[in-house]
Ligand binder design. Structure first.
Ligand SMILES: [Zn+2]
Length: 322
Protein backbone atom coordinates (compact mmCIF):
# COMPACT_ATOMS: atom_id res chain seq x y z
CA UNK A 1 0.00 0.00 0.00
CA UNK A 2 1.26 3.45 -0.89
CA UNK A 3 2.13 5.70 2.01
CA UNK A 4 -0.60 8.12 3.08
CA UNK A 5 -0.18 11.61 1.65
CA UNK A 6 -1.72 14.68 3.23
CA UNK A 7 -2.30 18.21 1.99
CA UNK A 8 -1.39 21.10 4.27
CA UNK A 9 -3.06 24.45 3.63
CA UNK A 10 -1.84 27.58 5.42
CA UNK A 11 -4.24 30.50 5.01
CA UNK A 12 -2.54 33.86 5.55
CA UNK A 13 -3.79 37.43 5.36
CA UNK A 14 -2.33 37.94 1.87
CA UNK A 15 -1.51 34.47 0.52
CA UNK A 16 -2.67 30.89 0.91
CA UNK A 17 0.02 28.24 0.67
CA UNK A 18 -0.68 24.58 0.09
CA UNK A 19 1.45 21.54 -0.46
CA UNK A 20 1.29 17.77 -0.57
CA UNK A 21 3.35 16.32 2.26
CA UNK A 22 4.50 12.72 2.53
CA UNK A 23 4.56 10.54 5.63
CA UNK A 24 8.07 11.73 6.51
CA UNK A 25 7.09 15.40 6.37
CA UNK A 26 8.71 16.10 2.99
CA UNK A 27 6.96 18.57 0.68
CA UNK A 28 6.07 17.06 -2.71
CA UNK A 29 4.53 20.25 -4.10
CA UNK A 30 4.06 23.87 -3.15
CA UNK A 31 1.62 26.45 -4.49
CA UNK A 32 0.71 30.04 -3.52
CA UNK A 33 -2.61 31.74 -4.26
CA UNK A 34 -3.71 35.26 -3.21
CA UNK A 35 -6.17 35.13 -0.29
CA UNK A 36 -8.16 38.24 -1.30
CA UNK A 37 -9.96 38.24 2.03
CA UNK A 38 -11.80 41.45 1.13
CA UNK A 39 -13.79 39.52 -1.51
CA UNK A 40 -15.59 37.78 1.35
CA UNK A 41 -15.64 34.40 2.98
CA UNK A 42 -17.51 32.48 0.27
CA UNK A 43 -14.77 33.48 -2.14
CA UNK A 44 -12.22 32.59 0.56
CA UNK A 45 -13.58 29.07 1.03
CA UNK A 46 -13.69 28.47 -2.72
CA UNK A 47 -10.08 29.69 -2.96
CA UNK A 48 -9.03 27.29 -0.19
CA UNK A 49 -10.50 24.35 -2.12
CA UNK A 50 -8.92 25.55 -5.36
CA UNK A 51 -5.51 25.96 -3.68
CA UNK A 52 -5.70 22.40 -2.34
CA UNK A 53 -6.58 21.10 -5.83
CA UNK A 54 -3.67 23.04 -7.33
CA UNK A 55 -1.24 21.59 -4.77
CA UNK A 56 -2.35 18.05 -5.62
CA UNK A 57 -2.09 18.75 -9.35
CA UNK A 58 1.37 20.28 -8.87
CA UNK A 59 2.51 17.00 -7.29
CA UNK A 60 1.22 15.13 -10.38
CA UNK A 61 -1.19 13.13 -8.26
CA UNK A 62 -4.87 12.27 -8.56
CA UNK A 63 -7.02 13.58 -5.70
CA UNK A 64 -7.78 10.02 -4.57
CA UNK A 65 -4.14 9.62 -3.50
CA UNK A 66 -4.76 12.14 -0.69
CA UNK A 67 -5.70 10.61 2.65
CA UNK A 68 -6.43 13.72 4.72
CA UNK A 69 -6.23 17.51 4.69
CA UNK A 70 -4.98 19.92 7.33
CA UNK A 71 -5.99 23.58 7.30
CA UNK A 72 -4.26 26.28 9.34
CA UNK A 73 -5.72 29.77 9.63
CA UNK A 74 -5.11 32.88 11.71
CA UNK A 75 -7.25 33.22 14.83
CA UNK A 76 -9.52 33.86 16.48
CA UNK A 77 -11.15 30.47 16.15
CA UNK A 78 -13.06 27.66 17.80
CA UNK A 79 -11.05 24.52 17.22
CA UNK A 80 -13.74 22.19 18.55
CA UNK A 81 -16.22 23.19 15.84
CA UNK A 82 -13.65 24.04 13.16
CA UNK A 83 -14.82 27.63 12.77
CA UNK A 84 -12.86 30.86 12.25
CA UNK A 85 -14.53 33.50 14.45
CA UNK A 86 -13.49 37.05 13.52
CA UNK A 87 -9.85 37.01 12.44
CA UNK A 88 -8.31 40.52 12.27
CA UNK A 89 -6.09 39.35 9.38
CA UNK A 90 -9.03 38.12 7.30
CA UNK A 91 -11.55 40.94 7.48
CA UNK A 92 -14.52 40.87 6.87
CA UNK A 93 -14.74 37.09 7.50
CA UNK A 94 -16.89 36.02 10.43
CA UNK A 95 -17.86 32.60 11.78
CA UNK A 96 -16.52 30.68 8.77
CA UNK A 97 -17.06 26.88 9.01
CA UNK A 98 -13.71 26.01 7.43
CA UNK A 99 -13.31 22.41 8.56
CA UNK A 100 -16.83 21.36 7.57
CA UNK A 101 -16.53 23.02 4.17
CA UNK A 102 -13.23 21.37 3.30
CA UNK A 103 -14.31 17.98 4.67
CA UNK A 104 -17.56 18.13 2.65
CA UNK A 105 -15.87 19.37 -0.50
CA UNK A 106 -13.19 16.66 -0.59
CA UNK A 107 -14.93 13.96 1.48
CA UNK A 108 -11.74 13.53 3.49
CA UNK A 109 -10.79 13.69 7.16
CA UNK A 110 -9.89 17.34 7.78
CA UNK A 111 -7.83 18.78 10.61
CA UNK A 112 -8.17 22.44 11.56
CA UNK A 113 -5.60 24.40 13.50
CA UNK A 114 -4.38 27.86 14.43
CA UNK A 115 -1.59 28.88 12.03
CA UNK A 116 1.06 29.51 14.69
CA UNK A 117 0.15 26.24 16.41
CA UNK A 118 0.50 24.47 13.07
CA UNK A 119 3.89 26.10 12.50
CA UNK A 120 5.03 24.92 15.95
CA UNK A 121 3.79 21.43 15.11
CA UNK A 122 5.70 21.47 11.81
CA UNK A 123 8.89 22.52 13.58
CA UNK A 124 8.34 19.83 16.18
CA UNK A 125 7.67 17.15 13.55
CA UNK A 126 10.46 17.72 11.00
CA UNK A 127 12.09 21.06 11.90
CA UNK A 128 14.30 22.38 14.67
CA UNK A 129 12.39 20.41 17.32
CA UNK A 130 12.41 16.97 15.72
CA UNK A 131 14.76 15.54 18.36
CA UNK A 132 12.98 17.17 21.29
CA UNK A 133 9.87 16.23 23.24
CA UNK A 134 8.67 19.77 23.87
CA UNK A 135 8.92 22.91 21.79
CA UNK A 136 7.70 26.48 22.04
CA UNK A 137 7.64 28.65 18.92
CA UNK A 138 7.43 32.44 18.81
CA UNK A 139 6.84 33.82 15.31
CA UNK A 140 8.23 37.33 15.11
CA UNK A 141 6.59 39.28 12.31
CA UNK A 142 3.93 41.97 12.05
CA UNK A 143 2.67 40.53 15.32
CA UNK A 144 3.96 37.73 17.53
CA UNK A 145 2.34 34.35 17.13
CA UNK A 146 2.95 31.42 19.40
CA UNK A 147 2.59 27.69 19.53
CA UNK A 148 3.38 25.04 22.12
CA UNK A 149 3.91 21.34 21.40
CA UNK A 150 4.27 18.94 24.30
CA UNK A 151 4.95 15.23 23.67
CA UNK A 152 3.73 15.47 20.07
CA UNK A 153 0.52 17.31 20.91
CA UNK A 154 -0.38 20.96 20.38
CA UNK A 155 -1.43 22.72 23.55
CA UNK A 156 -4.77 24.05 22.28
CA UNK A 157 -6.19 25.09 25.63
CA UNK A 158 -9.74 24.68 26.86
CA UNK A 159 -11.04 27.49 24.63
CA UNK A 160 -8.76 27.25 21.58
CA UNK A 161 -6.51 30.06 22.81
CA UNK A 162 -3.56 28.18 24.29
CA UNK A 163 -0.14 29.41 23.22
CA UNK A 164 -1.09 33.02 22.50
CA UNK A 165 2.44 33.94 23.46
CA UNK A 166 2.44 37.37 21.82
CA UNK A 167 -0.04 38.57 24.41
CA UNK A 168 1.83 37.63 27.55
CA UNK A 169 2.12 40.80 29.58
CA UNK A 170 5.65 42.05 30.00
CA UNK A 171 4.86 45.57 31.26
CA UNK A 172 1.70 46.09 33.24
CA UNK A 173 2.24 49.66 34.39
CA UNK A 174 1.24 51.92 31.49
CA UNK A 175 2.58 49.48 28.93
CA UNK A 176 2.55 50.03 25.18
CA UNK A 177 -0.69 49.65 23.28
CA UNK A 178 -1.05 46.26 21.59
CA UNK A 179 -3.10 45.53 18.45
CA UNK A 180 -5.27 43.23 20.56
CA UNK A 181 -6.65 46.22 22.45
CA UNK A 182 -4.75 45.52 25.67
CA UNK A 183 -1.54 47.08 26.90
CA UNK A 184 1.89 45.76 27.76
CA UNK A 185 1.84 42.60 25.60
CA UNK A 186 5.21 41.31 24.43
CA UNK A 187 3.97 41.81 20.85
CA UNK A 188 3.76 45.56 21.50
CA UNK A 189 7.52 45.58 22.21
CA UNK A 190 9.17 42.85 20.22
CA UNK A 191 7.27 42.28 16.98
CA UNK A 192 8.90 43.65 13.83
CA UNK A 193 6.20 46.34 13.76
CA UNK A 194 6.91 47.29 17.37
CA UNK A 195 10.66 47.49 16.74
CA UNK A 196 10.02 50.02 13.98
CA UNK A 197 7.50 52.02 16.07
CA UNK A 198 9.86 52.14 19.07
CA UNK A 199 12.70 53.24 16.81
CA UNK A 200 10.71 56.15 15.35
CA UNK A 201 9.82 57.25 18.87
CA UNK A 202 13.43 57.05 19.99
CA UNK A 203 14.58 59.04 16.95
CA UNK A 204 12.33 61.91 18.01
CA UNK A 205 14.20 62.07 21.32
CA UNK A 206 17.62 61.64 19.75
CA UNK A 207 19.91 64.61 19.11
CA UNK A 208 20.51 63.62 15.48
CA UNK A 209 23.48 61.30 15.94
CA UNK A 210 21.80 58.11 14.79
CA UNK A 211 22.42 57.04 11.19
CA UNK A 212 18.77 55.97 11.11
CA UNK A 213 17.70 59.62 10.73
CA UNK A 214 18.80 59.37 7.09
CA UNK A 215 17.88 55.73 6.49
CA UNK A 216 14.54 56.46 4.77
CA UNK A 217 11.56 54.32 5.68
CA UNK A 218 12.55 51.97 8.47
CA UNK A 219 12.03 48.23 8.75
CA UNK A 220 13.06 45.94 11.59
CA UNK A 221 15.83 44.76 9.30
CA UNK A 222 17.32 48.25 8.85
CA UNK A 223 17.24 48.74 12.62
CA UNK A 224 19.06 45.44 13.25
CA UNK A 225 21.58 46.25 10.50
CA UNK A 226 22.28 49.66 12.04
CA UNK A 227 22.78 48.00 15.42
CA UNK A 228 25.28 45.60 13.85
CA UNK A 229 27.08 48.60 12.36
CA UNK A 230 27.43 50.12 15.83
CA UNK A 231 24.66 52.75 15.82
CA UNK A 232 24.00 53.49 19.51
CA UNK A 233 20.26 54.19 19.19
CA UNK A 234 19.67 51.06 17.12
CA UNK A 235 21.73 49.02 19.57
CA UNK A 236 19.61 50.18 22.47
CA UNK A 237 16.39 49.33 20.58
CA UNK A 238 17.69 45.85 19.75
CA UNK A 239 18.89 45.36 23.32
CA UNK A 240 15.46 46.23 24.78
CA UNK A 241 13.73 44.08 22.17
CA UNK A 242 15.80 41.11 23.30
CA UNK A 243 15.06 41.96 26.91
CA UNK A 244 11.27 42.04 26.49
CA UNK A 245 11.34 38.87 24.45
CA UNK A 246 13.42 37.26 27.18
CA UNK A 247 10.83 38.26 29.79
CA UNK A 248 8.22 36.47 27.67
CA UNK A 249 10.50 33.46 27.33
CA UNK A 250 11.06 33.41 31.09
CA UNK A 251 7.29 33.37 31.63
CA UNK A 252 7.04 30.35 29.34
CA UNK A 253 9.91 28.61 31.11
CA UNK A 254 8.22 29.16 34.45
CA UNK A 255 4.90 27.88 33.09
CA UNK A 256 5.82 24.76 31.12
CA UNK A 257 9.64 24.39 31.28
CA UNK A 258 10.12 23.25 27.65
CA UNK A 259 13.22 21.59 26.17
CA UNK A 260 13.41 23.99 23.23
CA UNK A 261 12.27 27.54 22.54
CA UNK A 262 12.55 28.72 18.96
CA UNK A 263 11.91 31.90 17.01
CA UNK A 264 10.53 32.08 13.48
CA UNK A 265 9.18 34.82 11.24
CA UNK A 266 10.85 37.66 9.40
CA UNK A 267 12.90 38.84 12.37
CA UNK A 268 15.11 35.76 12.34
CA UNK A 269 17.19 37.74 9.85
CA UNK A 270 18.57 39.44 13.00
CA UNK A 271 20.88 36.45 13.30
CA UNK A 272 22.92 34.92 16.07
CA UNK A 273 23.93 38.17 17.91
CA UNK A 274 20.26 38.87 18.68
CA UNK A 275 19.70 35.30 19.85
CA UNK A 276 22.72 35.61 22.14
CA UNK A 277 21.22 38.73 23.72
CA UNK A 278 17.92 36.90 24.31
CA UNK A 279 19.77 33.95 25.84
CA UNK A 280 21.69 36.26 28.15
CA UNK A 281 18.57 38.08 29.38
CA UNK A 282 16.72 34.79 29.87
CA UNK A 283 19.48 33.71 32.24
CA UNK A 284 19.10 37.07 34.01
CA UNK A 285 15.36 36.83 34.61
CA UNK A 286 14.44 33.11 34.76
CA UNK A 287 15.16 30.41 37.31
CA UNK A 288 18.76 29.36 36.84
CA UNK A 289 18.25 25.60 36.57
CA UNK A 290 15.89 25.60 33.55
CA UNK A 291 17.36 28.80 32.06
CA UNK A 292 20.81 27.20 31.81
CA UNK A 293 19.38 24.09 30.16
CA UNK A 294 16.65 25.29 27.82
CA UNK A 295 17.75 25.38 24.16
CA UNK A 296 17.02 28.68 22.41
CA UNK A 297 17.36 28.66 18.62
CA UNK A 298 15.88 29.91 15.40
CA UNK A 299 13.21 27.80 13.70
CA UNK A 300 14.19 25.74 10.65
CA UNK A 301 11.26 25.53 8.23
CA UNK A 302 10.77 29.20 7.35
CA UNK A 303 7.47 30.05 5.69
CA UNK A 304 6.68 26.40 5.05
CA UNK A 305 6.28 25.56 8.75
CA UNK A 306 2.52 26.23 8.89
CA UNK A 307 1.77 24.27 5.72
CA UNK A 308 3.90 21.29 6.75
CA UNK A 309 2.49 21.44 10.27
CA UNK A 310 -1.09 21.53 8.96
CA UNK A 311 -0.34 18.37 6.96
CA UNK A 312 1.19 16.89 10.12
CA UNK A 313 -2.06 17.61 11.98
CA UNK A 314 -3.93 15.78 9.18
CA UNK A 315 -1.59 12.81 9.56
CA UNK A 316 -2.14 12.84 13.33
CA UNK A 317 -5.90 12.88 12.74
CA UNK A 318 -5.58 9.84 10.45
CA UNK A 319 -3.43 7.96 12.95
CA UNK A 320 -5.24 8.80 16.17
CA UNK A 321 -8.68 10.07 15.20
CA UNK A 322 -8.03 13.49 16.73
ZN1 LIG B 1 -1.87 41.95 22.91
Amino acid sequence: MAEPLCVGLDVGGTTMKAGVVDDAGQLLSHVNVPTEAAKGQAHGLATMAETIRQAVAAANLPLDRIAAIGVATPGSMDLATGVILDPPNLKPWRNVPVRQYIADTFQLPTAFQNDANAAAFGESWVGVGKDHRSLVLFTLGTGIGGGIVLDGRILEGAHSHGGELGHMKVDITGGRQCRCGQRGCVEAYASATAVVARTYEALQQDGGQSQLHSAGELTAQTVFAAADAGDALAKSIVDRTAFYLAVGVANVIHTIDPELICFGGGMIAAGEPFLNLVRRYVRDVAFAWPAERVIIRYAALGNDAGMIGAAGCAKLLLNTGK
